[in-house]
Design a protein around this ligand. Structure first.
Ligand code: NI
Ligand code: MN
Length: 226
């Protein structure tokens, strides 16, 4: 069973295949963060989708204070290394590849700076964290390539897709489950996730919307193949 804990904003702690993977741990300066960096527990890998402060967050500190591997696009991994992180993997958009038994692929994201999304290709689940992005047509290709069970998508608007664009993204990706993120952290990205849910029901029939509050965990079991 895979466990996905939403830590608030785009931050997640994902337990999958016996590994603990943290994505975009923006915690100490995050008004809605569910945990402080020192409460994050065991971490095997920290993945950061891009260099904006609300994604890099506490990632360097978490890696310096643990044995966790920092994984990001090459330039950001180099920066982590310059900031005292010992174990870094600087990859690029593409893949898949394995890091310490975790299989990953990095995807494009339409955003400023060097932005990416990431797909975790686990035995227990395939999870696509889109990163900060607008909707783009190749989300369909990413969906066809990796067949994600779960998609984590921003709905905040202003910096990323809003609910309507995100519902179109879901219709392209076609995951089994979608969980909205990157909303209600700040006033400028205030959104109603129920509105997103209604739009998904219309545009992407059959996709289940799971709405979490920061700190809550979603558990996923892949149904056995017949
Ligand atoms: Ni950003
Ligand atoms: Mn962001």
């Amino acid at each position: 069973m895979a466990r996905l804990q939403w830590l608030g904003h785009a931050a997640w702690k994902i337990e999958i295949d016996g590994k603990s993977v943290v994505i975009d741990p923006f915690l100490s300066n995050n008004p809605v963060a569910a945990v402080k960096p020192n409460q994050i527990g065991k971490v095997d890998a920290v993945i950061v989708t891009h260099e904006h402060g609300d994604h890099v967050g506490d990632s360097f500190e978490i890696c310096r204070n643990s044995d966790a591997t920092f994984i990001a696009l090459y330039e950001l991994a180099t920066k982590a290394s310059q900031n005292g992180v010992k174990k870094t993997v600087g990859c690029n958009i593409g893949g898949p590849f394995n890091v310490d038994g975790i299989r990953l692929a990095f995807t494009p994201a339409i955003h400023t700076g060097n932005a990416s999304g990431v797909v975790i290709l686990g035995n227990e689940a395939t999870i696509y964290h889109t990163g900060d992005t607008s909707v783009f047509g190749d989300m369909k290709l990413i969906g066809q390539l990796y067949r994600p069970d779960i998609a984590l998508v921003p709905i905040g608007s202003f910096y990323t897709m809003g609910p309507q664009e995100a519902s179109v993204a879901v219709s392209l990706i076609k995951p089994k489950i979608v969980i909205p993120m990157h909303f209600n952290t700040f006033e400028v990205i205030k959104q109603d996730p129920e509105e997103f849910s209604k739009m998904v029901k219309k545009r992407a029939v059959g996709v289940k919307v799971v709405i979490l509050r920061p700190g809550e965990t979603f558990e996923y079991s892949r149904k056995k193949k017949a």
